[in-house]
Design a protein around this ligand. Sequence first.
Ligand code: ADP
Ligand code: MG
Length: 490
Amino acid sequence: MDQVNKDQYLIEKNGKQYEVVIGLEVHAQVLSDSKLFSSSATKFGSEPNTQVSLVDAAFPGMLPVINEFCVKQAVKTGIGLNAKINKKSIFDRKNYFYADLPQGYQISQYKDPIVGEGSVVLDLPSGPKTIGIERLHLEQDAGKSIHDIDPSSTLVDLNRSGVALMEIVSKPDLRSPEEVNLYIKKLRSIMRYLGTCDGNMQEGSLRADVNVSVRKVGSDKFGTRCEIKNVNSIKFMQMAIEYEANRQVELIEEGGSIDQETRLFDTKKNQTRSMRSKEDAHDYRYFPDPDLLPLEFDDKFIETIKKEIPELPDQKKIRFIEKFKLSPYEATILVSDLETSKFFEKVIEKSDVKLSANWITGELFALLNEKNLEISQSPISSENLSKLINLISDGTISGKIAKTIFEIMSKEDKDPSIIVEEKGLKQESDPKALETLIQKVLSSNEDKVKQYKSGKDKLFGFFVGQVMKESKGKGNPQLINKILKEKLNG
Ligand code: ADP
Ligand code: MG
């Protein structure tokens, strides 16, 4: 049983090929200072049970009051997903019992969500692919059960109880772990641009239920899906999908069939395991919450929000390609993170676009990666990077020396022209001075000069290297090439 094609992700067993079908239910915490139906704070990492109002703790008689800001955030996200905004939506009670759910039900939306069908475009290596969005609805988060503080009991922290979530449900359009990776990143990018969710997966503000089924290649009927609950990292989603898809193929090939069920991903064993058979909607006894009126707004409300929508990654990418002549690849990576795109635009205010793109996606990304930093924490400011690039453009330093200076700047964010002065790194572009060095190299390598002249062209690189060495790396490479050619061929 092997995965035979990374691009397509097929699983082969007994000479038959299967493809995997994936749909995600992403839970995105709404970026908002207060909760969906109460005014309690939502700050992550606060002392347990310090952000809990009587509504969040479900004291009898307490009534939920809708937070208009959260509604706007959901509408904004819907617009960012090219989706239909429903002017009337309904809050329902989804009934189940669990220690971290004090109400005994979750206020959610079922048949009439706030946002309907939309789409997200993925930038696959083979070209764009559109993933359908089924719906986006608003709901409350539950509290958190803590099992590892007290050995004999479970503690409950209600700080998260009542925090607004957007559940974004995709159509079953995803076909590989890599597409899931790109889909999550694109969703997160869009929401960060919009300021509607911080997308911080470590803090749990973005997590997903992953639905997986398999079918024989060529079949147009979907197989039975399993749903893997609450996966909170892209890596784990991918591992869970790989494991689950292979498990299903194996089972089918053994003559068995897939039970629709809810499974858990065990991150220690890298396996999914059954949690319960899939509950149907009727198990939740959904009904409209009698404490809340239908949520209604008019076109004007939507229009006002539309005006607040910033340029989103897809549009920015087109602008970067058209205006700055970037390659689609460069544009994709420069727009994927809002802060990166801002940094880039800052640098190119004063510097060459192509060089800037190269330096940011090359050296700077490598540095940030190595130090595990966000671009907002970059040890090198956009101003100083721009100055460094200008020193290359105007011939003051070579690209090679620039890397040395970059290295110094990564430890101390300093004006690069000062570093050039202090360390004497200015490029040697004086033809007279270079000629002297070249003469020296040629005289001490007379035999090689002879070989070159009798046809051993490859030696040219050797001479360039020697002259560079003589100049301590500071010789202007173009000039060295030019003068050497004249000397050797003339
Ligand atoms: P539920 O609440 O029962 O999980 P939802 O409609 O909220 O139902 O979500 C269903 C999810 O499962 C969607 O993301 C959808 O794309 C996905 N899905 C549906 N059918 C399949 C299938 N055969 N294989 C994989 N995913 C599927
Ligand atoms: Mg589900």
